[in-house]
Unconditional design. Structure first.
Length: 355
């Protein structure tokens, strides 16, 4: 499948194979050398300090607003704001997990635990383990946990085994995707508590205590600032919109992109990351809404690159991909959802045909 730079990929429902890069050394090394030469891997500690401080102040302002107007149904207007700030909080935890903020592992872990476990009720240890495995082998059906068969499936082989209720989910998964993201906030909390069994006793004590502190603090905040009915409505709206926001940020990145053939040629780092990822075009608002994940290709090539440097690296990455003949896929935000949903729809097609 030959593609020009910037064109859209075909949406196969299985794995695809690509020829190996020509002999003569790594395709990635020259790009890495140029990126380092521009200082784009150097950390932006000041930028992150400001980002964390602004996010904390905004969270405090929303909590204050909840205390002031909690007796009125107008308090529900603050739930979307808290959901958006929750996504900002998750993006900070994400960057800490990739050592973008600091090279000190202890400090990175503390930032991750605060923004993940304490503020969101999402296990930093669980997410970091899962996300690092995803980065190592994106879209690899046997190695990437993000494309393992679960509620959704991503290949026709996975779909062929689905029966009963799971088969119904697969048949309609394209239509159900965004409604299901409304439950993502609660699912992330559940996965975190489940993962405590995997962790060492010391990690379990730290992570578990912070997860419990989040739940207790969240419930206490709601019940002390508003009546029970308001609190239930606020929690439902907040958690649903938080999950939707995260789903909208992560959905465009890899769904519908190429999937390495486990039995085919091994791809080098450049091909493994570029061919399986898509970028989202847009300006400052897109960067803010997606937390820098719209530069998915650059992020996967250089996971420790600070978020504000990703847009600066994009022209260099795009030019290098053109030079070595590797497709660099980018599209608009709406079209990225269309591509991802079309892929999920095509995966479920055989089950619909059997009805």
């Amino acid at each position: 499948m030959a593609l020009a730079v910037g064109t859209l990929p075909e949406h196969a429902t299985g794995t695809v194979a690509r020829p190996s890069p020509p002999e003569g050394g790594s395709e990635f090394t020259p790009l890495l050398r140029d990126i380092k030469g521009q200082g784009l891997l150097e950390r932006r500690t000041g930028w992150y300090v400001r980002t964390i401080a602004v996010n904390a102040l905004c969270l405090a302002a929303v909590v204050t607003g909840m205390a002031l107007i909690g007796g009125s149904w107008w308090v529900l207007a603050l739930a979307p704001l808290l959901a958006v700030l929750g996504a900002r909080t998750a993006f900070i935890g994400h960057d800490a997990g990739h050592a973008q903020i600091t090279g000190n592992r202890t400090v990175s872990r503390v930032i991750g635990l605060i923004h993940g476990n304490l503020l969101l009720g999402m296990s930093y240890g669980w997410w970091n383990d899962k996300h690092n495995r995803h980065h190592a082998n994106p879209n690899h059906i046997e190695k990437d946990p993000d494309v393992a068969a679960d509620v959704l499936v991503f290949t026709s082989k996975q779909a062929a085994t689905r029966v009963g209720f799971r088969g119904w989910l697969t048949r309609h998964q394209a239509w159900l995707f965004f409604p299901l993201t409304l439950l993502e906030g609660l699912a992330l909390k559940m996965y975190g508590f489940q993962d405590l069994r995997r962790q060492s006793p010391r990690e379990r004590r730290v992570e578990g205590s912070l997860l419990v502190a989040h739940v207790v603090g969240y419930v206490a905040l709601l019940l002390t600032t508003m009546p029970l009915g308001h609190a239930l409505a606020f929690a439902a709206l907040h958690q649903a919109l938080f999950g939707l926001h995260l789903g909208m940020a992560f959905a465009p990145n890899h769904k519908g992109m190429e999937m390495p053939d486990p039995d085919g040629d091994k791809w080098g780092h450049l091909r493994r990351q570029v061919l399986t990822s898509r970028n989202i075009k847009g300006g400052a608002l897109t960067d803010w809404f997606l937390g820098g994940l719209n530069y998915q290709i650059e992020h996967h090539l250089f996971p420790s690159m600070p978020r504000p440097h990703l847009r600066l690296a994009q022209p260099m990455v795009k030019a290098h991909c053109r030079q070595v003949g590797i497709p660099f896929v980018e599209t608009g935000l709406v079209d990225s959802y269309r591509q991802a949903l079309r892929h999920m729809y095509e995966v479920g097609e055989p089950l619909r045909a059997d009805i």
